[in-house]
Every structure is written in C-alpha cells, then in structure tokens.
Design a protein around this ligand. Structure first.
Ligand SMILES: NC(=O)c1ccc[n+]([C@@H]2O[C@H](COP(=O)([O-])OP(=O)(O)OC[C@H]3O[C@@H](n4cnc5c(N)ncnc54)[C@H](OP(=O)(O)O)[C@@H]3O)[C@@H](O)[C@H]2O)c1
Length: 288
C-alpha cells in the first residue's frame, strides 16, 4: 500500500490526485484525524492522529511507502507528533518514508524558528533506521499572497527580507514530486531540495507585481523589529509575527536561496516560477 498522511490538507489532497494518475486507487490509503473529510478522494481512508502513537501503528499498517506531511502547528508539540509518527512507522515496518522538511533545516544556525521542528524530525528518522527520503521544501509561492495584495493596493512591499532571495516553490509542484516518489520509489536515503526554478528577492517581486497588475509597487526594507511591530499592528499574534519575521531574517541572511532541479527531474514538470504564479493569481492581487 501507498499511505498518504495529511491527505485532507492542500498538499496531501493534490498529492493523492497526482498519485491516482500513476497507480491504481486500490493501492492508496489516505489519512486524516477526520476520515470523513477525505471520503471524496476515491481511495481507502484510515484515521490517524499524530498525538496517538498506537493508532498510528494501525494507520501505517502494510505501508510499502508512506508520505509524512509535517503537521500545521509549529513548536515542541509538533516535534513530539512527528517523533510519534516516526516511531509508529518503524513499529509498523514501513518500507520507505518520505518526509516534508524545509530547505537547510539541518543547520542549527538557521534563524527560521521552525527549522528546529524539521531538524529534530530528520534526526528521529535517521535514528529510527527507517529507509527514508527528505523532501526539503522551500517556501510555497502561495505564501506571497499573504502580503502581495496589500502591497499592490498600497504601492509598497515592505519586509525584513532585504536583498535576500527565496526559491519559492508552488505547492502543486511539491505534490507532483511527492506523488512521483510514492509511485515509483527510489531516491532512498537522499535529501532532495524541492524549490522553484530561481530565487527571487522582494525587490524582484515588487517589479513582478508592477508588471502583472500595472500598478506601481516598490520595495521598502524593514528591520526585524519593524517587521514584527507591523504584523502585530495588523492583528497578528506576537509569537506568529516573530516566527514569520524569523523567515524574513533567514531570507535576508541567504538561508532560503536554495534552487534545485528536483521538480523537473523527479516531478516531471516544468517548475512554476514566482512570476508565473503571481500572473496566474492576478485576480487575487488586485482584489483589495
Ligand atoms: N513550505 C511552506 O511555505 C509551508 C507553508 C505552510 C505550511 N507548510 C507545511 O506544509 C504542510 C502541508 O501544507 P498544507 O498547505 O497542505 O497544510 P494544511 O492544508 O494546513 O494541512 C495540514 C494537514 O496536517 C494534518 N494534521 C494536522 N495535525 C495533525 C495531527 N495531529 N495528526 C494528523 N494529521 C494532522 C491535517 O489533517 P487533519 O486535520 O485532517 O487530521 C492536514 O491534512 C503544513 O502542515 C506545514 O507543516 C509549509
């Protein structure tokens, strides 16, 4: 069986649909804490809660390959959830685990605060003896839509990213890579950076927004404190603002500029550029 965790989420759903283009639906099992949410996927479903180690062993039963998608609430609880999943996979005798990590997660100096969650999960996988492959994702192109519409409306894209570039990848492209690996196997023991075709700075994104919308947008650099204060002022809880600003710092310091050919080489598709992604989302950019 090919077992897909987090199948109710955006990445998991798309991975299952790509997978069904490659393998028989009878080989696929999708997981969620609430299986009713994924009844429409057209594959068998099982309940799986990363907080419930015993239930996870049952969820992973008969898995030749398993996609472990990182859960969505960063912090120490997430490390425990992922560690539970790794232990359960080992107990269930899973043949090959794919884990969605982040670029340069393995380096302790990485200032992105969530890097530690991925680093500890990667460590648990290494210590488990499980055959595994790390899909170290860049930031999703979709993340640019949190700030881009406001930047188009105000004419200013302000951030603490400075001149740092980010190799934004479309979630769809990550799903294509995950589905190819689940269907075809291979790449055991490899660490795969899953990124877009080029890294872009915020000045370049401002120029793309200008081009795509016809409205002038310029880049304005912020300090880390200014970025945090701005996000809090707009209603973001302070811990979330600090976490978000830590990504800005990581970009500014060059931790997110990784670019690879994995989407094309393994996913078998031309990777979406951030310019192409923003052009495809023009309606959302000019909605404000
Ligand atoms: N690279 C990036 O820029 C970026 C951005 C955002 C997020 N991410 C990471 O990428 C992951 C996938 O992204 P996405 O957009 O697909 O996220 P999403 O739509 O929010 O989906 C999150 C998934 O996590 C599952 N989940 C959460 N807690 C769980 C638990 N205790 N046990 C089992 N499953 C649990 C959810 O399943 P149920 O609720 O159905 O159980 C859901 O399917 C995220 O979870 C996050 O770790 C990366």
């Amino acid at each position: 069986m090919i077992v897909v965790g987090g199948a109710s989420g955006r990445l998991g759903r798309r991975t299952v649909s790509f997978l069904l283009e490659r393998v028989d639906a009878a080989r696929v099992v999708a997981l969620s804490r609430t299986p009713e949410k994924i009844a429409d996927l057209g594959v068998a479903t099982r309940p799986a809660d990363f907080n419930d180690p015993n239930g996870l062993v049952r969820a992973f039963d008969w898995a030749e390959r398993l996609l472990l998608i990182s859960t969505d609430v960063p912090g120490p609880g997430r490390i425990q959830q992922h560690t539970n999943a790794v232990r359960a996979a080992a107990e269930a005798g899973v043949g090959h685990v794919l884990y969605t990590s982040m670029v340069r997660a393995g380096e302790p100096d990485n200032p992105a605060v969530i890097a530690v969650d991925h680093r500890e999960t990667e460590r648990a996988l290494a210590e488990s003896g499980l055959t595994h492959t790390l899909l170290r994702e860049s930031l999703y192109c979709e993340m640019t839509l949190f700030t881009a519409p406001g930047a188009v409306a105000s004419g200013v894209l302000a951030s603490n990213r400075g001149d740092g570039a980010t190799g934004y990848v479309a979630r769809e492209d990550v799903a294509a890579v995950a589905a190819a690996l689940l269907a075809d196997g291979g790449h055991e023991g490899e660490l795969l950076d899953v990124t877009g075709p080029a890294a872009a700075t915020d000045s370049e994104i401002a120029a793309i927004l200008t081009e795509v919308t016809g409205r002038p947008v310029r880049y304005q650099p912020l300090t880390d404190d200014e970025a945090i204060a701005g996000m809090v002022e707009r209603g973001m809880p302070e811990p979330v603002a600090r976490s978000s600003a830590s990504f800005g710092k990581a970009a500014r310091e060059g931790w997110l500029d990784v670019v690879s050919d994995v989407v094309e080489r393994i996913g078998g598709r031309e990777p979406t550029s951030v310019a192409g992604f923003l052009a495809a989302n023009r309606t959302a950019l000019v909605a404000t």
